[in-house]
Write a protein that binds this ligand. Sequence first.
Ligand SMILES: Nc1ncnc2c1ncn2[C@@H]1O[C@H](COP(=O)(O)OP(=O)(O)OP(=O)(O)O)[C@@H](O)[C@H]1O
Length: 244
Amino acid sequence: MLFVSIEIDVKGVSKSYGKTKVLQGINLQIQPGQIYGLIGPSGSGKTTLVKLIVGIDSADEGQVEVFGKSMPNLELLQDIGYMAQADALYLELTGYENLAFFASLYPMKKTELTKRIAYAAELVKLTGELKKKVAAYSGGMKRRLSLAIALVHDPQILILDEPTVGIDPELRLSIWNELMHLKNEHQKTILITTHVMDEAEKCDIVAMVRSGALLKSGSPADLKAAYGVRQLEEVFLQAGREQP
Ligand SMILES: Nc1ncnc2c1ncn2[C@@H]1O[C@H](COP(=O)(O)OP(=O)(O)OP(=O)(O)O)[C@@H](O)[C@H]1O
């Protein structure tokens, strides 16, 4: 029997805010070493779903398991790197001080900490800017620093909520190359939300979210073949029309 391990398992999850049902009956499974993309229009529920997976909010119905453990679970903090949509940075501190602060929340030796900060800063091309106060950073630089913070403690799972918004195309490409490297060379699992179809194309599995429900999921190639189309965007439009 083929055994497929599951790192993130979302089972029948629903969530409401007040009377508004924001997620309904979501099921998804993410395997180790996958890049899994959530794509959908603004307000479709991607961030809400991501928050349930990270464990900073809890579902009304259903369950989220990460490494077989029910979320939220403080034990798993070390294993998950989360980059929220809104940057949570200390503006009066420098880039370096921000990285050092977040890294210090995890058990790490001083030498390891210094190495990880250098690696994370280089990854997002901020090495030369680390001495500046974050208040003087541009929007894109803040996004890049948030990404560096998400991976500074070397987590197995990276959960990135629209990580490339406000980032120029060249750096966007280099960040994607690095995400591919993290997946291919270090078997990291990456869950990413995006509005951008060409980013969705780079994911192993794409799940299309609309109005709090998962329309379709699969590899970009399989999804396009199933609909007989050449663009992922067309899959999304057709899948949306099929909805009752
Ligand atoms: N804390 C909250 N209280 C009330 N409503 C909320 C809350 N958080 C989200 N919502 C609502 O839930 C719905 C889904 O929001 P969510 O942020 O998950 O969407 P999204 O797909 O991530 O959108 P975007 O791509 O714009 O980030 C929206 O209608 C939003 O207004």
